[in-house]
Design a protein around this ligand. Structure first.
Ligand SMILES: [Mn+2]
Length: 432
């Protein structure tokens, strides 16, 4: 007997991937634990006759010769399959999109960073030309859309988008997808959202806007991640973090969502013993008070830029500059020659102002071109320190509507960062 299974709290990507395995390997039985996400539960109860899904307790574990694991590679995230863990004769094959995670020793493993696990299986289904029914294609695209935020999460790859195209060609029904993926927002979630919103603080940490809140919850509540996602949208912050503390059990569920690539929630949650993707993650902490957890998280976000790119990595240097006595005619020539839109004005290493192309609008008469730059430069200059993040540089440029920021250290201009430097960085074109 061969079975295909996925992580507990099965989501659509896990379910879709397990069902896809049965197309690649007929006579495989899909085994899903009782703990499934609420919308998966609703889907399964509607599609009872279409998909034959069994519980671990329905399976004679001794009869299992082959185990397919999808969307996970970790024994303790499987439910009710502990009996298989020490079986040496078991043939195991894994598909997963969480590289570097997991402890299941498999004969064959496909573990790649990609938006959804189902994409890895569609690759094989497509290569083998295995036909899909519209219902299968719809389930698969539901998993793909759920894990990629309908192809918007930063973890989405071109292959995910091609997989979506393939499923649409195979009659995946997007009306049904929208109904299935409708958020599980009910009375309980509304109550929690209101409480969390009331408790949430909006902070600026390391250049990121963060919404963080903590509330007590009693007993089990599902779809907390949905509440955190809504908080992020309502507060319009780069990342939202919800702490759900259960005082009776001294447990705190920490859930985070990030909308910016530079703030990796998954890595923060791994520091707390949990896990996740750059955009979404969670950790369950025991015996730690929520205010202490909150401090840890803010500390991690504060240190987040430590290993990543800083303004000093994108800035240009040495800085081309003019002095206050340089004539406007010379400045104009320099701007033309160098193809830049502005220059800092520096006397003896001291920043005096900035002159840019648009300041030439104030040059009305030709003879004004003989005047020194001092008369036309902007004297209020915004600068940035080299250890700030690119996000902070862009924030300043947007706020003050400026195209360049001199980078200043110990009172000296050591470089300049421009809007196009920042754009190149955000579009990942930073030279290696
Ligand atoms: Mn997944």
């Amino acid at each position: 007997m061969q079975i295909a299974t996925t992580h507990k709290n099965c989501d659509f990507d896990g379910l879709a991937s397990a069902v896809a395995v049965t197309l690649l390997y007929p006579d495989t039985v899909v085994v899903v634990s009782k703990a499934v996400n609420p919308n998966v539960k609703a889907f399964l109860s509607m599609h009872k006759d279409v998909f034959d899904i069994r519980l671990p307790t329905d399976i004679d574990m001794d009869a299992v010769k082959r185990l397919f694991v999808v969307d996970v590679a970790q024994w303790d995230r499987l439910d009710g399959l502990g009996a298989l863990q020490d079986r040496e004769d078991l043939d195991i094959r894994i598909w997963d999109h969480h590289p570097g995670q997991g402890n299941i020793a498999a004969g064959e493993i496909c573990q790649e960073p990609i938006g959804a696990c189902i994409t890895l299986l569609i690759r094989e289904l497509q290569a083998k030309n295995i036909p899909l029914t519209p219902i299968q294609a719809t389930l698969f695209i539901t998993g793909l859309y759920e894990d990629t935020g309908r192809l918007t999460f930063s973890t989405t790859t071109a292959e995910d988008a091609r997989a979506a195209a393939y499923l649409l060609e195979n009659s995946a029904d997007l009306h049904i997808v929208s109904r299935i993926l409708r958020p599980a927002y009910r009375e309980k979630q509304k109550e929690i959202l209101h409480k969390l919103l009331a408790s949430a603080r909006r902070l600026k940490v390391n250049g990121f806007s963060i919404g963080i809140g903590q509330i007590e919850i009693h007993g089990h509540v599902d779809s907390l991640a949905l509440v955190v996602r809504l908080i992020r949208e309502l507060l319009n912050v780069d990342a939202a973090i919800g702490l759900f503390y259960n005082p009776e059990r001294e447990r705190c569920m920490v859930i985070g969502r990030s909308g910016v690539e530079e703030l990796n929630i998954g890595s923060i949650m791994r520091h707390l013993g949990g896990g996740g993707h750059p955009g979404a993650g969670s950790a369950l902490m025991k015996g730690v008070q929520p205010h202490a957890i909150e401090e840890m998280i803010l500390g991690l976000i504060e240190g987040n830029q430590q290993a990543s790119v800083r303004v000093s990595d994108l800035m240009s240097f040495p800085v081309m500059s003019v002095s206050t006595g340089t004539s406007m005619a010379e400045v104009a020539q320099l701007l033309r020659e160098k193809g830049c839109t502005g220059l800092p004005v520096i006397d003896d290493g001291e920043l005096k102002g900035v002159i840019s192309r648009r300041d030439f609008k104030r040059v009305r008469r030709k003879n004004q071109l003989a005047a020194p730059v001092k008369a036309f430069m902007r004297k209020t200059v915004f600068t940035i320190a080299p250890d700030k993040s690119p996000a902070q540089a862009v924030g300043l440029m947007i706020k003050h509507d400026i195209g360049r920021l001199p980078v200043v250290e110990d009172g000296k201009v050591i470089g300049i960062v421009t809007r196009s430097d920042a754009m190149l960085y955000f579009y990942d074109l930073l030279p290696e």
